[in-house]
Design a protein around this ligand. Structure first.
Ligand SMILES: NC(=O)c1ccc[n+]([C@@H]2O[C@H](COP(=O)([O-])OP(=O)(O)OC[C@H]3O[C@@H](n4cnc5c(N)ncnc54)[C@H](O)[C@@H]3O)[C@@H](O)[C@H]2O)c1
Ligand SMILES: [Zn+2]
Length: 340
C-alpha cells in the first residue's frame, strides 16, 4: 500500500493506492464520513465491471447508484442536470456523500455536481482508468464541457479522499491505456527523473508507479492549488497536443506524446533545450507504443496563437532543461509569428 497526502491551506486529503482496495472501501471511508447513505455515480462500462464489488465493500452503508453512458459526451450540461435530478429523486441530503467510480469523465462530472448541489457536498473519488488514477483524480479540478469548449464550466473542489486500485487497470482497452501512458510519461519528464528511469524497463503499472506519478502532480498542486503558476508545468506537451488532437484523430494522451516532442523541437530551435532530452523522451514514447513521428511544430504555431484557452496576449510554453526539470517559457503572441 502507498499513501500520499495533499496538503492544502484548507481541505487537505489522503490518497491510498492499494491492490484490491475496491474490496474494502468502507475501511477508509468511515474515517471521513459518518452518515448512512452513499450515492455512487458511475458509467455503464465501469458499472458493469465493478459496481457490484463496490456495493459489497460498502455493505454497512445504504447505497444508491446513478449509472450514466460512458464517454466524453456525458460531460455535458444535460447529463449534469440528469444526474442531479436522479440524486434528488433518490432523496439526497446536504450532508450525504457522493462517490465517483470511473475515469476522468465520471470524476470531473461528479466533482462538479458535488461542488454545486446544495452549494457543496462531500465526495470521494475511486478512479478506475489509468489517466484518472495517475492524474485527474487529484488536484480538485471539476467541470463539464459546454458550447463546444472542453472544461469551460467548472470549479475547484477537493475530494475528501481518493482510493486507487491498480488491479482494475487490467480491464482497460489499449487506447485508454495509451491515453494514460502519455500523461504518465509527461509526469516523469517534467518532475520525476527516478520514474523516468523506472519506465525505461517497462514495468507493470503498479502501486509504486502510480505513486511516483501522483507525487509529481501533488508537488505542483500544493504549490499552486488554483493553477496560476507552477501548475501550468502540467501542460507540457499540451499546447501543441491540443492543436493536433482532433485534427489527427488521436486520443488525448497520444496527442500529448507528440506534443511533448513538438515543443522540445521548438525548444531546441530556440537554443533552450538539449537534443539529448528529446532523444530520451522519444525512446520512451516508442517503447510504450505511442505515436512518435511528430508533425512539424511550425505548422501549428499560428493555430496556437488563436487557442482561446491561452491567457490573453501570452502563451506559456512548457519546456525541459533536462529530464525531470521543466520550466515555463512565456512567448508573446506576436513573437510566435516571427518564429514561423
Ligand atoms: N480534473 C482534472 O484534473 C483532469 C485532468 C486530466 C483529464 N481530465 C478529464 O478526464 C477525462 C478523461 O478521463 P479518462 O481518460 O479516464 O476518460 P473516461 O472517464 O471516459 O474513461 C475512458 C473509458 O474507459 C472506461 N473505463 C474506465 N475505467 C475502466 C476500467 N477499469 N476497465 C475498463 N474500462 C474502463 C470508461 O468507461 C470509458 O469508456 C476528460 O474529460 C478530461 O478532460 C481531468
Ligand atoms: Zn492532459
Amino acid at each position: 500500500m502507498k499513501q500520499l497526502r495533499i496538503q492544502l491551506k484548507m481541505n487537505s486529503y489522503n490518497i491510498f493506492i492499494e491492490d484490491d482496495i475496491l474490496n474494502h472501501l468502507s475501511f477508509y471511508i468511515k474515517e471521513v464520513y459518518s452518515n448512512k447513505k452513499i450515492y455512487i455515480v458511475t458509467d455503464d462500462i465501469v458499472g458493469k465491471l465493478y459496481l457490484e464489488a463496490v456495493k459489497k465493500s460498502l455493505k454497512e452503508y445504504e447505497i444508491e447508484s446513478v449509472v450514466i453512458p460512458h464517454g466524453e459526451a456525458s460531460k455535458s450540461i444535460d447529463m449534469y442536470t440528469t444526474v442531479i435530478k436522479e440524486l434528488l429523486d433518490k432523496d439526497i441530503r446536504r450532508n450525504e456523500l457522493l462517490l465517483a467510480l470511473g475515469g476522468g469523465v465520471i470524476g470531473d462530472l461528479t466533482g462538479f455536481v458535488a461542488s454545486t448541489l446544495y452549494r457543496g457536498l462531500p465526495y470521494v473519488s475511486v478512479p478506475t482508468s489509468l489517466l484518472s488514477q495517475m492524474d485527474s483524480s487529484i488536484g480538485g479540478k471539476t467541470g463539464i464541457d459546454f458550447y463546444e469548449r472542453k472544461n469551460i464550466l467548472g470549479c475547484f473542489k477537493q475530494p475528501k479522499l481518493v482510493l486507487i486500485d491498480p488491479k482494475v487497470l487490467s480491464t482497460l482497452s489499449k487506447r485508454e491505456w495509451n491515453n494514460g501512458m502519455g500523461e504518465l510519461i509527461k509526469h516523469a519528464a517534467i518532475g520525476n527523473k527516478k520514474l523516468f528511469g523506472m519506465l525505461k524497463h517497462k514495468p507493470d503499472i503498479d502501486e509504486e508507479i502510480i505513486y511516483q506519478s501522483l507525487s509529481v502532480k501533488q508537488a505542483v498542486v500544493e504549490k499552486d492549488e488554483f493553477d496560476t503558476k507552477e501548475r501550468m508545468l502540467l501542460n507540457f506537451g499540451h499546447t501543441f497536443g491540443h492543436a493536433i488532437e482532433l485534427k489527427l484523430g488521436l486520443k488525448h494522451g497520444e496527442a500529448v506524446a507528440l506534443g511533448m516532442l513538438m515543443v522540445l523541437r521548438f525548444g531546441i530551435d530556440l537554443g533552450l533545450t538539449d537534443e539529448v532530452c528529446y532523444k530520451e523522451l522519444k525512446e520512451i514514447i516508442k517503447l510504450y507504443d505511442l505515436p512518435y513521428d511528430e508533425p512539424n511544430y511550425k505548422e501549428y504555431l499560428l493555430e496556437i496563437a488563436k487557442d482561446k484557452k491561452n491567457l490573453a496576449g501570452k502563451i506559456q510554453m512548457v519546456l525541459l532543461s533536462s529530464i525531470g526539470k521543466a520550466f515555463l517559457y512565456p512567448v508573446e503572441e506576436k513573437h510566435l509569428k516571427e518564429l514561423i
